[in-house]
Design a protein. Structure first.
Length: 207
């Protein structure tokens, strides 16, 4: 599971807004809930051209983004939430004309999986509870041991914040001795670099 502080960076040219329009701040992609570790774009328009806007989260300053010649900016935001879920207010304030402000609310969920029972035979069926997986519609378990990898479909995620509860067998009854790493994410194929994930290790010992 990846947790990080918010990071803002990058500027690209966007379509020029009308001179009479108010400042705006939007999020892309637009979702009702986002995972901790997920990156989104903060899109601003209607600010002072070739200047900058200060970005705050719930009144905490995160940094400034430069505006282009049309008064627009595009900042990459990496979301963080250690536990539970929370709706946060992000605000952009023009550094030249402080009356130019715009805000957007983002609901962020922590990411996690719990497995029960913790002990037992390798082939035991386990209760799997997952939350915060908003980067796809299906939860996958990738079982890794050395160069061996198996991809198991756990089940469909429900709700805006990607929750699931089910029972599955993650290891076969004849699982090899040693440490098996299980990574949960929303991708069919395994990659250790998924920004939204949770991991477990299960050790199979001699019988």
């Amino acid at each position: 599971m990846t947790r990080s502080l918010a990071v803002l960076a990058g500027v690209v040219a966007l379509a020029a807004p009308s001179a009479a329009s108010a400042a705006s701040l939007t999020v892309s992609p637009q979702k009702r809930c986002y995972s901790a570790g997920e990156s989104v774009n903060l899109l601003g328009a209607g600010f002072t051209p070739s200047a900058s806007a200060n970005i705050t989260r719930d009144d905490t300053l995160l940094g400034a983004l430069d505006t282009d010649a049309s008064g627009a900016f595009n900042g990459v935001l990496t979301l963080a939430q250690n536990s539970g879920r929370r709706t946060k207010t992000y605000m952009a304030t023009d550094t030249v004309a402080s009356s130019l402000t715009a805000s957007a609310q983002i609901t962020v969920s922590s990411v996690g999986v719990s497995l029960k029972p913790a002990n037992g035979s390798p082939g035991r069926r386990m209760t799997i509870r997952a939350h915060g997986f908003t980067t796809g519609r299906t939860l996958w378990a990738h079982v890794v041991r050395g160069k061996s990898k198996r991809n198991l479909k756990v089940g469909a995620l429900a709700g805006a914040c990607g929750n699931l509860e089910t029972r599955r067998r993650l290891l076969p009854r004849n699982a090899a001795l040693g440490v098996h790493t299980i990574q949960f994410d929303t991708f069919r194929a395994y990659s250790a670099k998924r920004p939204v994930r949770d991991r477990y290790t299960i050790t199979v010992t001699g019988r």
